[in-house]
Design a protein around this ligand. Sequence first.
Ligand SMILES: Cc1ncc(COP(=O)(O)O)c(C=O)c1O
Length: 363
Amino acid sequence: MKLPIKQSILDMRPYQQGKSDLDGIENPIKLSSNELSYGPSPLAIDAFIAASSELNRYPDGGQTELRRAISDVFGLPVDNLICGNGSEELLQLLIRAFSCEGDEVLLSENGFVMCQVYISTQGATAVVAPEKDYKVDVDALLARVTARTRIVIIANPNNPTGTYLSRTEVERLHAGLPDDVLLVLDGAYAEFVVREDYESGENIVAKSDNVVMTRAFSKIYGLSALRIGWAYCPTDIIDILRRVRSPFSANAAAMAAAAAAVRDLEFTAMVIEKNESWLQRLRVEFTAIGIEVIESVSNFYLLRFPGGAGKNSKDAANHLQANGIIPRPVSDDGDNKYLRITVGSDEENQAVVTALQDYMNND
Ligand SMILES: Cc1ncc(COP(=O)(O)O)c(C=O)c1O
């Protein structure tokens, strides 16, 4: 190609979506993308259908109804909320607005993989801090802050480990950063966490002017297909995002469904309760057959296989697939030890347990 293009773009690998079908198997159990097996709240489906009567109209660029719903449910100031085409779009906007060529954006070893793509597209450099015991390591991050650092992004809970940083640890990270560095708390899985010492970031955003929290409707609200997410930001940052955003990227049907979903507290409570009880149960089941389960607070779990013949993640994934179940292999899993699996419905989780018992006991 003769067109000039940044080397950092040529060096990228395109995003690999979680597998969704299996040859010869009708309706496989898809547990590769941390989606909600129950589907969204019935109220969200009704709102989505109702929105179809106005498909000829542009969406409300002010995102009024959805921002009001989020504000009511989470008790956050409506003027500090912004919605986008998935939380992914908001992360992208933040990277575009606050970093330039030559800047550094600091990431933790795990987290949302698309951040690397946005950083490289920008011509900035992604600096990656290693994690410790499957968790974001605050000291490792702080040790990598330089005069060129513009943004620090962590996913809390983290993906694919499912682990979290406590409120105190996030505050320590924030306190250690210079005032001119933006801290982004990616809370795509925040609603699933039921730990007392966890906070998704509301208080820290309220108290500072360099912290943003992003949240998803794709996970707990089961609206992955609609691409809708939101962020809570200090006033100056909202002002910047409003300038650089595409005005209609949050579409009308997605916003209507999301507003209904976030207001359906009963449905959300049911999902949280089921998820937590399955996390506990799956841990017991897998530990009993010799698979380590990294302690997750999210809607997926990372399994660590002992490795070796008949006990490794690659063969286990093949065995699951032969049984109609799609897990998510972990990239760079050179030793074939790790596999990420979404918490599914009761039947789906039971099918995973049965298939892995079969694999560990017989293969
Ligand atoms: C950690 C993390 N952050 C952000 C996202 C983006 O979510 P969405 O764009 O669907 O809101 C994902 C999606 O899988 C994720 O795993």
